[in-house]
Write a protein that binds this ligand. Structure first.
Ligand code: RAT
Ligand code: ZN
Length: 420
């Protein structure tokens, strides 16, 4: 630590500058995205047409211009969808929502003047950009050192890439996602069989052994940071259903024996409006007694947990106070809005100190890293300034070095330590 870093901060201005510097300069481990390393080819979405047709914006355009039905919208090509969304959500209506502002923040950072011509200018910008160049640009602008992917061995296109032995860019890390296994056992069975695993729809020891072999094989191949699943708001455990049986007999032993954290993302209501496809999911409250039970019964398994309902956030913090094997993370999906990030981050600091992961981007399009992190960094910095000011009011001698250490924990260190 230099002398300046060790000297107590004395003024509000010095505190504000110190927090801004630490939050801007600390590289981020983005622990949940839907991005892929370039070796995955077209699975990695990037560029302005993808950015503008993000499913958060699709939900907004279909409610803003009801003259275009979902069927008509889906019949369009991606550039046609982008033209439509740009006209309706940016030109004819104020681009004031968080998802729309996000597009504008990204364009601004890429040096494209925001305004009604933004889409055309951005298309011009992207004309000669390669994916490798763009990965470098976006990771530099967002100061993300490592983006964790969402890797689904049940996905045919993705599985083919893994089986071809791709050259992995070390800036992208794997996370093994097993939604089909836990949420759709009936359809997982034929897929597992086709992959060479001798499972049967009824649960026998041989079926459990084969599911376990599947998990081990894919973990060996992917070297994931954690195992993950998205679960509905009515997720119950133990419940006597296929999901509970697989969790108890395959997933928990697998995580325990391999030392891999189990990430639970809970609170989705899938396809409340199927016409909207990926944009048609909603949110529901979860009975978090289930989490108490999972953490208490499995002290040697580490649980990374994010919950989608705002109403579940306080309980998640309290539960984390009880269980050191639980690390709350992120302001997920409908919670990734400044007002809610502020609320949740304040509550988490008050209840947990700095022992949580404040945010993940959930970026589906590479370019989104730029805005999702610029907006989240601003909210995190706001909360830190308030909380440090309260701390300094007690007379505690806070230094620049302390702030750097804390921010490093929040933006990467906590995950690194928890995931080993
Ligand atoms: O945030 C999203 O884009 C959602 O559609 C989901 O992908 C969610 O984050 C998930 O990982 O299931
Ligand atoms: Zn996600």
């Amino acid at each position: 630590m230099t002398n300046a870093e060790a000297r107590p901060i004395r003024t509000a201005k010095a505190l504000s500058d110190s927090v801004d510097r630490a939050v801007a300069e600390t590289p981020i481990i983005d622990m949940h995205t839907h991005l892929y390393a370039p070796a995955f080819g077209s699975l990695l979405l990037w560029g302005v047409d993808e950015l503008v047709t993000y499913h958060y914006l699709i939900a907004e355009v279909l409610r803003t211009d009801r003259s275009v039905s979902p069927g008509e919208f889906w019949a369009m090509t991606t550039p046609q969808r982008a033209d439509h969304i740009w006209r309706v959500l940016f030109v004819e209506n104020e681009p004031i929502s968080e998802a729309r502002r996000g597009v504008l923040t990204t364009l601004k950072q890429l040096g494209i003047a925001p305004g009604p011509n933004g889409l055309a200018e951005a298309r011009e910008y992207f004309r000669d950009v390669t994916v490798e160049q763009h990965v470098d640009t976006v990771l530099r602008l967002s100061n993300v050192s490592s983006a964790v992917m969402t890797n689904d061995p049940f996905d045919d296109a993705e599985r083919a890439v893994w089986l071809s032995g791709p050259e992995m860019d070390p800036r992208f890390r794997a996370a093994m996602r097993i939604d089909p296994l836990l949420n759709a056992w009936d359809t997982a069975v034929p897929k597992l069989k086709a992959m060479g695993y001798g499972v049967s729809p009824v649960f026998t020891q041989a079926t459990y052994d084969e599911v376990r072999r599947f998990l081990d094989d894919w973990a060996d191949r992917m070297d994931p940071l954690y195992l993950a699943v998205s679960l509905p708001s009515d997720f119950a455990y133990p419940a006597g259903d296929a999901r509970s049986r697989i969790i108890a007999n395959c997933v928990l032993p697998f995580c325990r024996e391999r030392g891999l954290p189990f990430a639970l993302m809970v609170g989705v209501k899938r396809l409340v409006n199927p016409d909207l496809r990926l944009a048609g999911d909603s949110v529901g409250k979860w009975d978090m007694n289930v989490l108490d039970r999972l953490c208490a019964e499995n002290p040697e398994v580490r649980f990374l947990v994010t919950v989608l309902a705002r109403e579940n956030q306080h309980e998640l913090c309290v539960t984390a106070r009880k269980f050191p094997n639980l690390l709350p993370f992120g302001c997920w999906w409908f919670l990734n809005n400044p007002s809610l990030i502020l609320e949740m981050t304040r509550m988490r600091v008050e209840l947990l100190g700095f022992s949580f992961v404040p945010q993940h981007s959930d970026a589906r399009i590479l370019d989104q890293l730029v805005y999702k992190w610029e907006h989240s960094r601003a909210a995190i910095a706001t909360v830190l300034k308030e909380k440090y000011a309260d701390l300094m009011a007690t007379g505690w001698p806070l230094t620049d070095g302390d702030i750097r250490r804390d921010v490093e924990q929040l933006l990467g260190g906590n995950l690194r330590a928890f995931a080993g």
